[in-house]
Design a protein. Structure first.
Length: 83
């Protein structure tokens, strides 16, 4: 899931440590997750509709060599999310 990862738990603890109430912290994280959710759903919808993974879809927008950049960026984000 979108929020089942170590950085999300760290963020939740740090916003409370910085002075937000628990409700404000949860609301802030929920709004941020909703903002991130829209591009993720759009990307996933295209993959499901055409039956191709993200790197194949990226080739149509960035070309064969240019698609490596978003693929590597996505891999780095995955490393950050899941350690």
């Amino acid at each position: 899931g979108l929020v089942v990862c170590v950085p999300a738990y760290t963020l939740a603890g740090s916003v409370i440590d910085l002075g937000m109430s628990a409700f404000q912290g949860i609301a802030c994280i929920a709004i941020a997750n909703l903002i991130v959710l829209l591009p993720m759903v759009l990307n996933g919808h295209a993959g499901c509709k055409y039956g191709v993974p993200f790197p194949v879809l990226a080739r149509s927008a960035f070309g064969i060599k240019g698609a490596n950049v978003p693929a590597v960026m996505r891999a780095l984000v995955g490393c950050g999310w899941f350690g």
